[in-house]
Write a protein that binds this ligand. Structure first.
Ligand SMILES: C[S@@+](CC[C@H](N)C(=O)[O-])C[C@H]1O[C@@H](n2cnc3c(N)ncnc32)[C@H](O)[C@@H]1O
Length: 370
């Protein structure tokens, strides 16, 4: 019999959570998006995958008794970047479809000892904090101790990508008595203070080692200049930059040192009217990958060298690298499908760090107790 821990992966997308949970056998995975499902199956041919709405599943569809359940539930409704309907609204309500299954497993004596919910930071404040309270309360009522970490992929990868990981554990796991370190952010501490007393009574400040300083920047992940398509209207796109950003580009070109920037087009209100702006960063990081919905949300790469500035789109393969995915991962053939897959995903090294520092000790303590 296998002694490796087992897991279910809900809202699995292309299966990046599973890539980070190495050493864990995934018994079952689910997602409702057919294109993502194809990517999942291509990259995880041995994992049983079920395409369909989580609400359509029952516990009879779920094999075995998992040690852990992972849920990267859809974030659009709570994203700080989008409209905020909260978990009860629209697609984010999918969390409750997942939770219904956890409750059914508990009735059958098959509840996982560890549950992880990955979401955007907006979950801390959506619905004036009611969504976060509802999630934590559901977990506490089901007999878990609950805690959360705000983890930015930028600790591991050249991408700014803060995400919230709510971790529910039955048993022991590394924790500190008070909030500490980068993963207990001020906004998490503030959200904790707004939680109901019954949740705070059993709350855990889960502890995770701080990773060594990242030693790779965006330039290291880019495809060769001659393997990508440069935009012919690069000048026009650069002209959308605000004066400060344009000055940075000019300084980079004048320096004679090859300098890489990452940029998004955003609508800003200036002098009472909406204007399109190109916002460029030269801090060695890509901006947070998003799903492309309309041209404005695809990320640009700005390369300053040879006395000029050139502009191109970030490629799907580069997006995969920015999520910590190795080049043998099979991406969808269409660029937009590849970018959608990666823009929605969870960064692999973040999952790996969480698994090694917190989830494995929690699962091992369960084995020790069993
Ligand atoms: C934030 S993404 C998670 C992606 C995944 N962690 C990865 O690494 O690729 C949310 C996923 O939930 C899926 N989804 C949304 N609503 C769903 C539902 N009701 N049932 C099943 N899957 C759903 C979407 O198709 C999307 O792939």
């Amino acid at each position: 019999m296998s002694i490796r821990p087992t897991a279910y992966e809900f809202f699995a997308g292309g299966g990046l959570a599973g890539l980070g949970l190495s050493g864990v056998d995934t018994l079952f995975a689910n997602d409702m998006d057919a294109a993502k499902g194809r990517a999942f199956v291509a990259n995880h041919p041995d994992v049983p995958f079920r395409l369909g709405d989580v609400w359509s599943l029952t516990s009879a569809d779920l094999p075995g008794a998992p040690d852990m359940a992972w849920a990267s539930s859809p974030c659009q409704d709570v994203s700080l970047a989008g409209a905020r309907g909260g978990l009860e609204a629209g697609r984010s309500g999918a969390f409750w479809g997942f939770w219904k299954l956890i409750q059914a497993l508990a009735v059958e004596g098959r509840a996982p000892r560890v549950v992880v919910l990955e979401n955007v930071i907006g979950l801390l404040t959506s619905g004036q904090g009611r969504d976060f309270a509802a999630v934590c309360t559901a977990m506490v009522r089901a007999g878990y101790r609950v805690g959360a970490l705000e983890m930015d992929a930028a600790h591991w990868l050249p991408q700014s990508r803060p995400r919230l990981f709510v971790v529910a554990v039955k048993g022991e796991a590394p924790e500190t008595t008070t909030p500490s370190g980068p993963f207990h952010s001020p906004r998490l501490v503030a959200a904790h203070a707004r939680l109901p007393q019954a949740v705070r009574d059993v709350w855990a400040w889960w502890s995770l080692p701080v990773p060594p300083r990242r030693n790779q920047d965006l330039a290291a992940l880019l495809q060769p200049d001659d393997a990508v398509d440069w935009l012919e209207d690069g000048e026009a796109i650069l002209s959308l930059a605000a004066p400060l950003h344009r000055a940075r580009v000019q300084a980079a070109v004048a320096s004679g040192v090859r300098t890489i920037g990452a940029a998004y087009r955003r609508v800003r209100v200036e002098g009472g009217r909406k204007v399109q702006r190109l916002e460029i960063r030269f801090d060695g990081l890509a901006g947070c990958l998003r799903t492309p919905a309309g041209g404005s949300s695809r990320q640009y790469v700005v390369v300053c060298d040879q006395g000029r500035a050139r502009v191109r789109r970030l490629t799907g393969r580069e997006a995969a690298r920015l999520m910590g995915v190795s080049d043998d991962y099979v991406l969808p053939s269409s660029e937009s499908a590849a970018l959608k897959l990666m823009g929605d995903a969870v960064a692999v090294p973040v999952v790996r760090a969480l698994a090694q520092g917190l989830l494995s000790p929690a699962l091992n303590s369960r084995r020790a107790a069993a």
